[in-house]
Design a protein around this ligand. Structure first.
Ligand code: FE2
Ligand code: FE2
Length: 352
């Protein structure tokens, strides 16, 4: 018969309020196990038909085999394994001795015998399980909240990096960071008018700031040259979509997939005379077509070192004249519809 110190017996939750005879009957059949520090008592790889009560020493519960500092500790009087014998599944965690530890091992049949003798054991067991459930539910909820908050932070950081990368490219070109912001919002406004869903609009606006990232690879003296570029200089400028696509290549997650597509195709023209690939009509990806019209709209209506800002009406006349030439006619129509929103965006994000 397993000998248990009176003090320890009193601290065992499972036996609280259970008549002495019932406990003694159980102790007569239950066995005792001794563990050295680091010895494994339970493992998710083992089937288990016993629950254990710590008589002396302590155990730690490790998930995934990693000894987290906050691993649950089972002190003297605590128990483990009751769930896996009740649901007859393998244990959900590793249980290891933290120090030389002595445990009382109660097999499933022995537990049912003692429950038959004293309903109090069943009541204690239920109380222990409901406490366990409550503790774990709370930690799952906290964990979920933490995951949501961290994911949001990662998304924000990702977007911030994207925007700043786009800004870096625009600085090279004497453009302003407000160009990036307006262009992003214009793309969203046009996207909504043509009926893109919220997720598609979010991807488009997240990706648009990087349209000119390839300008990082173009020599400064060409980008800031006053006056007309000669043919070889213009050829170099025309390589910025390909350079941009190369910078953004090789990562198969949004918004980088769309960002690459926009960087590569925002200078293609509807009639096939654009660059770098001379794509025509619907061959040009939709996001690239939207970015093209939003980019030109902003370029025309903004002041640049070499030109004054065009009034919106004049810019629109030009854009309409390019319907089916430079731009997708469907998008020219959408831009006309989105114009009130475009003008609000323009007034809310002026160049410094
Ligand atoms: Fe560009
Ligand atoms: Fe641009």
């Amino acid at each position: 018969m397993v000998q248990i110190d009176e003090g320890v017996l009193g601290s065992i939750r499972l036996f609280r309020g259970v008549p002495r005879e019932a406990v003694e009957k159980l102790l007569a059949v239950a066995s005792e196990q001794e563990l050295d520090t680091g010895n494994l008592l339970l493992s998710p790889q083992w089937s288990n038909d016993a629950m254990f009560i710590v008589l002396e020493g302590s155990l730690s519960v490790r998930f995934g085999g990693v000894d987290y500092p906050e691993a649950r500790v089972i002190p003297e009087g605590g128990s483990v394994g009751e769930i896996s014998i009740l649901d007859r599944k393998t244990p959900s965690a590793f249980v290891v001795a933290r120090e030389p530890t002595r445990v009382l091992s109660i097999r499933e049949a022995q537990l049912w015998d003692v429950i038959d003798d004293s309903g109090r054991v069943a009541g204690n067991l239920l109380r222990m399980l409901s406490q366990w459930l409550r503790d774990n539910t709370v930690s799952i909820v906290e964990l979920e909240q933490m995951v949501v908050a961290r994911t949001r932070k990662i998304e924000e950081t990702k977007q911030e990096i994207i925007n700043r990368l786009g800004r870096a490219a625009e600085y090279k070109d004497n453009e302003t960071s407000q160009h990036i912001r307006r262009m992003q919002l214009y793309c969203g406004a046009i996207g909504r008018v043509i009926g893109l869903n919220a997720k598609a609009v979010a991807t488009l606006t997240a990706a648009a700031p990087m349209h000119d990232v390839g300008k990082i690879g173009i020599p400064d003296n060409i980008l800031i040259k006053q006056g007309k570029l000669n043919e070889s200089e213009f050829e170099l400028v025309k390589s910025h979509p390909t350079i941009g696509a190369a910078i953004l290549e090789g990562y198969s997650e949004e918004p980088l997939i769309s960002a690459r597509q926009i960087a590569l195709t925002h200078h293609e023209k509807w009639d096939g005379t654009g660059y770098p690939n001379g794509l025509k009509g619907d061959e040009i990806p939709l996001y690239g077509r939207i970015a093209a019209i939003a980019d030109v709209f902003d370029a025309l209506t903004s002041k640049r070192p070499f030109k004054e800002a065009w009034p919106v009406s004049v810019a629109m006349q030009y854009i309409i004249s390019q319907s089916g030439v430079h731009f997708d006619p469907k998008l020219v129509k959408a831009l006309t519809e989105a114009l009130p929103e475009m003008e609000i965006i323009q007034s809310e994000h002026p160049d410094p």
